[in-house]
Design a protein around this ligand. Sequence first.
Ligand code: 5CA
Ligand code: ZN
Length: 431
Amino acid sequence: MTRWPVPTLADLPGRGLPVRLRDTATGELVIAAEGDRGRMYVCGITPYDATHLGHAATYVGFDLLHRAWIDSGVEVTYVQNVTDVDDPLLERAAATGVDWHSLAVEQTQLFADDMAALAVIPPHHYLGVIDTLPLVVDAVQRLIASGHAYTVPGNGSEPDGDVYFAVHSDPHFGEVAHLDEAAMARIFAERGGDPGRPGKKHPLDPLLWRVARPEEPEWDGDRLGRGRPGWHIECTTIALEHLGMTFDVQGGGSDLIFPHHEMGASHAHALTGSHPFARVYAHSGMVGFQGHKMSKSRGNLVLVSRLRAAGEEPAAIRLALLDHHYRSDWEWTDADLTTARARLERWRRAVHQRSGADAAPVLAGVRARLAEDLDAPGALALIDGWAQATLTGASESSSSESPSEAASDVASANAPDLVRRTVDALLGVRL
Ligand code: 5CA
Ligand code: ZN
């Protein structure tokens, strides 16, 4: 996959603090990177109806971690997939009469353009399903050989040979989401699972390899026969290949906790014989619109590209997203943009003053807020306070000045630039 350009980041003096994230699996605040390396996998888009504000909020949220890691001297490896072959994409292509591959290519490009506009740092490794097929085929064959996976016989409506993963062959199954059986059964059916497929050993067993069907894309699967991969195994394979067992942060929206991240973790445990897959499972909240989760299936979407086409500045969109903590569920309204535009304008006026209120505590404060589970709203409030003090000070300042004030004048003259650089490097907003 072609990545989008890397934004330039302003330099900052000193170092950021180690970032702690709330781990979904344990509920604890955990240091996100162990030592001086940070390895992060964030589940990418299924390329249709991209990029809505829910997607954008999720990737901007994890971009804060990426930036805070860079600021604290952590060497980051960031990996992301594109689910460019999967049932929902194929169904959308069929329903609208377009070629599935063209749809995927066009929407992946749109997503890249939106991410670049929003100043999201791209992943180092960015892979689609087709890029990873041989690795997935190898992984599924190994799971069969080790007894973690099995083929299901055909029947009147399904061909012979689909491969499923035996969830209960992983003793750690259930340790990411901590759901009871009833909740797992319900959510599995809602989110792409097929609990009723005859021949499965357990209703929750997820698909690993779907053998070829007429009218569906198919690839060489070696001993598996021609077909295409299941969803969870793709992300597991990509993460193991580019980050390895055990990496630091598995990220995505909270709609992926179960079954996707639960299954992906179990696949990895079975493939490697070790545990856990990720040290930290971090999940962003769901952005809603018109009373429901913003989702392609419901169609209640606000697209970043439409806002941009209507003349909205991407920095204002990003600020609107940052005004909500990444883990909270929230509802998008037009007021979010109105507030963000006004804030952007106020901050710009303040950083264009010739001098300003002391900026060192602002940099330290923003670093501290971000280190504490990426508290962007807290960071925004600190910049608001500085902007207010600076603009008030500017309107009150007189031309007479005593010589003893000279030293603090040097600091105050540098203050607007330091705040501008803080907002640029840590929040990804150019003033
Ligand atoms: N391709 C899979 C992941 S492997 C997928 O979930 N694709 S997606 O296009 O549906 O979503 C892309 C990312 O945006 C995922 O991390 C998902 O959790 C997140 N996401 C989807 N809808 C929302 C929403 N309404 N609010 C916040 N994040 C969302
Ligand atoms: Zn994924």
